[in-house]
Write a protein that binds this ligand. Structure first.
Ligand code: PEP
Ligand code: MN
Length: 457
């Protein structure tokens, strides 16, 4: 009998997990102060042994899709709540949001004559950065709400404490949300003809009559496809990707797994992860950790971003200049974008790097309404979107997508729109626990307006 050769495994610095914990030695902001260290240890142990929420193969597909958007051959639609809540993870609300994203996507696909990549700020958007650690109400000061993954929204000492077991609940809520999204988008719910039929309800509202002609054109296109014998069966299933801000690195690290095919680390909490405006410092723990996982990564860029900052982020997050790896999500504000965005794009283009440029027209346009609510004007949001298109048009680069805070429900949180929301309706229908979202109608209206911009190209 031939001797059995036992391969020796040498510990090496190139081990797949090497460096995944380096962030722990770096400056880190916006992290919770967990109250109970044994609950924390148990929660991390549990998260580390739970199954992945997404698979490496799906993440690789998304990277390819984003690469094609970076080349001007697809458009990204990324949308969802500012902060998901455990309580809000009901079948009705999840399906309304997915439905609205699918409705927007049909309109955008028509406007762009390009595939639209559909991505939810969903199934994991449970942790929020805050400008202040505390909140004071009526002389009482408590820790600020940091998302359901950290603490609860009700203003009591018990709920505002930072409870690490909430990370496990966030995992399970993400799993059930994702399960429903997969069922909807793979099980016939996404049928193009059905989605188009829902859009007819939107244009039936007299306030939206100006969008009727586009809806009619889409109708004709669908009937043309039908007449040509298009395979509508295949159009019943759509790809839908999950994303969230990678804020709580304990959670992201615990869900990072080594893919058996490639031996590379993937953060399996979502397909796409982004780094927020407040945590994108080049030497930060967040940048370091995300530089080491294979997922496509986004970075929010606010008006203070310099060209040098953008280039440093590219060097750190996309050293191999891999198509689809890096998305810059600019959130400049309507009054800034026409001035602040061009120098960034020019610097990046001159460096030879190819990133996907996406606009977040929400976060640079937050104001307080006269009656005291955090809100955004629909017109400001659209002005930033138009500025984004203008700037890319003038520089010959591709405006590759939109990132919006939206919901499928009839809330009143942002002002304006063709069927206008006014501040009085906030008293009854303001539901967000964080930033104001476009409601169902405002989201569809935005899609029609963006489709108009896309069709000019
Ligand atoms: C957000 O996306 O909810 C957010 C906090 O954005 P930004 O990091 O751009 O401020
Ligand atoms: Mn927000």
């Amino acid at each position: 009998m031939a001797p059995v050769l036992i391969p020796t495994v040498e510990p090496t610095a190139a081990a797949p997990t090497a460096g995944l914990d380096h962030w722990r030695s770096l400056a880190i902001s916006q992290q919770p102060s967990w109250q109970d260290s044994s609950v924390y240890a148990d929660s991390i142990r549990e998260l580390s042994s739970l199954p992945p929420l997404v698979f490496a193969g799906e993440v690789d597909v998304l990277r390819e899709r984003l690469a094609s958007a970076a080349q001007g051959k697809a458009f990204l639609l990324q949308g969802g709540d500012c902060a998901e809540t455990f309580e809000g993870a009901t079948a009705d609300r999840i399906s309304a949001r997915v439905k609205t994203i699918l409705q927007m996507a049909v309109v955008l696909t028509y406007g762009a004559s390009l595939p639209v990549i559909k991505m939810g700020r969903m199934a994991g958007q449970f942790a929020k950065p805050r400008s202040s650690n505390d909140e004071t109400r009526g002389g009482v000061t408590l820790p600020a709400y940091r998302g359901d993954m950290v603490n609860g929204y009700p203003f009591t000492p018990e709920t505002r404490g930072h409870d690490a077991s909430r990370m496990v609940k966030a995992y399970h809520t993400s799993a059930s949300t994702l399960n429903l999204i997969r069922a909807f988008t793979q099980g016939g719910f996404a049928d193009l003809r059905l989605v188009h039929h829902w859009n007819k309800g939107f244009t039936a509202n007299p306030a939206h009559s100006r969008y009727e002609s586009t809806a009619r054109e889409i109708d004709r296109a669908v009937r043309f496809m039908e007449a040509c014998g298009a395979d509508f069966e295949a159009l019943k299933r759509v790809e839908f990707f999950a994303s969230h801000e990678a804020l709580l690195l304990d959670y992201e690290r615990a869900l990072t797994r080594i893919d058996s095919r490639t031996s590379l680390p993937y953060d399996t909490s979502a397909h796409f992860l982004w780094i927020g405006e407040r945590t994108r410092d080049i030497d930060s723990a967040h940048i370091d950790f995300l530089s080491r996982v294979r997922n496509p990564i986004g970075v929010k860029l606010g008006p203070s971003t310099s060209g040098a900052d953008a280039l440093a982020l590219i060097d750190k997050l996309d050293p191999n200049r891999e198509p689809g790896r890096l998305t810059f999500i600019t959130r400049m504000g309507a009054g800034n974008i026409r001035e602040k965005l061009p120098p960034l794009i020019e610097k990046v283009t001159a460096s030879g790097a190819q990133v996907l440029w996406v606009t977040d027209p929400m976060h640079g346009n937050t104001v307080t309404s006269p009656n005291g609510y955090k809100t955004r004007n629909f017109d400001d949001v659209m002005d930033e979107v138009r500025g984004f298109f203008e700037v890319h048009q003038s520089l010959g680069t591709f405006p590759g997508g939109i990132h919006v805070e939206m919901t499928g429900d009839d809330v009143a949180e942002c002002l304006g729109g063709a069927d206008p929301v006014d501040q009085e309706s906030f008293l009854e229908r303001y539901e967000s626990v964080c930033d104001p979202r476009l409601n169902h109608m405002q989201s569809l209206e935005m899609a029609f307006l963006v489709a108009g911009e896309l069709s000019k190209r």
